[in-house]
Design a protein around this ligand. Structure first.
Ligand SMILES: [Zn+2]
Ligand SMILES: [Zn+2]
Length: 402
């Protein structure tokens, strides 16, 4: 028998307060069954943080000794009988720190549903996929059967939130009419597909301001993003804007510009941020000591606004700080080093959100296993201990693959 859960009680009256948990510093796994409703989990004291709770999905988070609430947000296309609104939440079970949503980018070779299996093989709590080749325009039309196969495989899986990465060719900031048309169409297709698949977030590089002022680029970009997310209002997917490595005139290299963009889009219920650690360092942000880490992350949290930072790409950086170069390295093998990842994994602002690797790999899954092994080990350390023999072993083995 699972122990009585404080989350168990729920009804329409409890819409704004589903449960109070008195545990602190522990990680719990809460399974919520809210038919066709998604909600936001909010921590009203301390740092405000929210993320969606999806029907049938697992929500895992680290408590911070405070009140948590799930506030359902109704799908605009449906109405619900009051009695169906919230069945129950629970049981709540304790899990190990493994229940962080750590994972990696996986291939969709052989069909989308196989990506879930690849994630399971690696013990991922989260995965990221491309809908198709990220460097071509054409998004292949998926049949209803393929979509259903993915959704049902995912529902039965230990893999939690799925991120889908939008095409790299999309430039939401371009003023060239031809490129604009193509970008808008490709982004819309990805967005509709992401919602059909019920994935947690569609990650997008906003694009480049090349040839125009930042102000115009932001306006153009915001327009396209807003138009896109307004198309699938009933879906549960988030559009996550990713910070860039700072090369060329890419939009979103610094929190100031990103904030302007996010404010202008003005869809906090649909649009949040996905931060990439390699891009942070490459764009010049110092994240390798406590003081700067806090400054940088506070600035980005502020830039995200109420939409929040909803996902992380965990990559070490091949080149030094400020290089502007988007080249990822294995965890602990680049210019960022282990301390940042240890700190991030323990940062309460980011527990419960997907954190996926985009580190180099051959066809083999060995590199993923080693990088995930390092992150898992770090996530268990109360004090930073880079000499941990398991980490040392993983790093030594990574030496032989890259
Ligand atoms: Zn990334
Ligand atoms: Zn990158």
């Amino acid at each position: 028998m699972p122990e009585e859960s404080p989350w168990k009680k729920s009804s329409v009256e409890l819409r704004h307060r589903v449960g109070v948990s008195r545990y602190s510093g522990e990680i719990f796994q809460v399974s919520c069954r809210l038919p066709e409703v998604f909600g936001r989990q909010q921590c009203p004291v301390g740092r405000a943080r929210s993320f969606p709770v999806f029907c049938g999905r697992f929500l895992r988070y680290r408590e911070c000794d405070s009140l948590f609430a799930i506030q359902p947000v109704f799908s605009s296309s449906k109405t619900f009988e009051a009695s169906n609104v919230m069945a129950d939440c629970g049981p709540m079970t304790r899990t190990t720190p493994r229940s962080l949503f750590l994972g990696t980018h996986v291939s969709i070779r052989g069909g989308l549903a196989l990506s879930i299996e690849r994630g399971e093989t690696l013990g991922c709590g989260s995965i990221q996929i491309f809908s198709h080749s990220s460097r071509t325009w054409a998004v292949p039309a998926l049949t209803e059967a393929e979509v259903n196969a993915f959704v049902s495989r995912h529902q039965k899986s230990s893999v939690g939130p799925v991120l889908m990465h939008a095409s790299y060719l999309v430039n939401t900031a371009t003023s060239d009419p031809e490129k604009r048309k193509k970008s808008a169409a490709a982004l819309e297709e990805d967005w509709i597909l992401a919602n059909r698949l019920g994935v947690y977030g569609l990650v997008l590089h906003p694009g480049s301001a090349a040839g125009q002022s930042d102000a115009l680029a932001i306006r153009l970009s915001a327009e396209m993003i807003r138009d896109t997310v307004d198309r699938e209002k009933g879906g549960s997917t988030l559009l996550l804007l990713e910070n860039t490595a700072g090369g060329g005139r890419t939009l979103g290299r610094d929190p100031g510009t990103m904030k302007q963009l996010v404010d202008r889009v003005d869809r906090p219920e649909k649009v949040g941020l996905c931060l990439d650690s390699c891009h942070l360092l490459a764009s010049g942000a110092e994240i390798r000591n406590p003081r700067s880490y806090e400054e940088v992350l506070s600035a980005w949290t502020e830039a995200a606004g109420p939409g929040g930072i909803r996902a992380w790409h965990l990559n070490d950086a091949l080149f030094e700080r400020g290089s502007g170069r988007d080249r990822h390295a294995h965890i602990g093998k680049g210019a960022i080093g282990l301390w940042f990842f240890w700190t991030l994994l323990r940062d309460h602002r980011f527990t419960g959100i997907p954190m996926v690797l985009e580190t180099p790999k051959t066809d083999d899954i060995r590199e993923d296993r080693l990088n995930l092994g390092i992150l898992e080990r770090l996530s268990r350390q109360e004090t930073f201990w880079p000499e941990d023999p398991e980490i040392v072993d993983c790093l030594a083995e990574l030496e032989t693959v890259a």
